[in-house]
Design a protein around this ligand. Structure first.
Ligand SMILES: [Zn+2]
Ligand SMILES: [Zn+2]
Length: 304
């Protein structure tokens, strides 16, 4: 139902065999990209993904390792004859930053619609995605994102019959529409059960641990979180550069009661992340090291 692909898992600079951190999701024919560092286009091709269906691009912040790949990506999308507009979401300054980068990608066959985040938390609805941006703690303004695919409640046939709701109204009501027939108004709440559990993915980098992450990542199916360093000796660096240790990400995953943690945004100095995973899993057992192209298809949980 929702495809999730971690295109890359590196921080600061792309390395051979480690692209910069970026996430691509696919839902109902519409793709969403979060962050676009140098090489994201290639990472996408290596993962067997296409850039053409990307309708929405979200940016966590404007450090080069999260946005330098954008002009090339836009040119690539233009060359593949895309004409539908692309929505971009990011912290204040979005249109200025993107337009500066677009000096080398001015002629595009599609429009760009800018949606700047100005509050601590902000919600957007794009192509069936319910997107929530939440402020985190980096050395520049930075946001994490919750990608939610909501799921409506079940249609109650007995309730529809007992209230004499005409059959022509059933389908619109099921789609959440209010409908009027012969002067009588029918609303979805008359026949729809409570909302069911949807699909929730949280992506969060670059930041120190903070309460807003636990709150927003709560009960995510997948929590993709930065873990810049594994080695304890790097803790002063993590604090100074406003990044996180593997174990700090694990504590957030535990506190947010997520299903799974994927670590990402590794320091170029991190060579063998596996050696730290035993300690990480002692804090949060369902923790995984991110890797380029890590992919999962998430489905709605059948509640029957
Ligand atoms: Zn970064
Ligand atoms: Zn950064």
């Amino acid at each position: 139902m929702l495809d999730v692909c971690l295109l890359g898992c590196g921080g600061m600079m792309p390395l051979p065999k480690r692209w910069l951190t970026s996430l691509l999701t696919r839902y109902n024919g519409s793709s969403l990209l979060i962050d676009c560092g140098e090489g994201t286009q290639i990472a996408m091709k290596e993962a067997g993904m296409s850039s053409n269906p990307i309708d929405t691009i979200c940016f966590t912040h404007y450090h080069g390792d999260h946005i330098a790949g954008l002009p090339g990506l836009l040119l690539g999308m233009g060359n593949s004859d895309r004409t539908d507009p692309v929505v971009m979401i990011g912290p204040k300054g979005l249109s200025h930053v993107v337009n500066s980068l677009r000096v080398i990608a001015q002629e595009l066959p599609f429009d760009i619609i800018y949606k700047e985040i100005t509050k601590e938390e902000e919600e957007f609805f794009e192509h069936g995605y319910h997107i929530r941006a939440f402020r985190v703690r980096h050395n520049v303004t930075c946001y994490g994102y919750v990608i939610d695919i909501p799921r409506a409640g079940k249609f109650d046939v007995e309730a529809a019959k007992s209230q004499n709701i005409p059959i022509v109204a059933w389908n619109p009501l099921q789609k959440g529409q209010t409908i009027e027939i012969d002067g009588i108004t029918y609303t979805p709440d008359m026949v729809m059960g409570p909302d069911r559990r949807g699909i929730k993915v949280t992506y969060c980098t670059d930041t120190r641990p903070c309460e807003s992450i636990v709150k927003n990542a709560k009960a995510s199916d997948i929590f993709i979180c930065e873990g810049m360093y594994g080695d304890k000796e790097k803790f002063p660096d993590a604090k100074k550069k406003k990044h996180m240790m593997f174990t700090e990400a694990a504590k957030l995953a535990r506190d947010a009661e997520v299903d799974e943690l994927w670590l990402t945004h590794f320091s170029p100095s991190l060579v063998n992340g596996r050696q730290y995973m035993k300690e990480v899993r002692s804090i949060f057992p369902r923790a995984h090291l991110g890797k380029d192209g890590k992919f999962v298809e998430l489905n709605f949980i059948d509640e029957e």
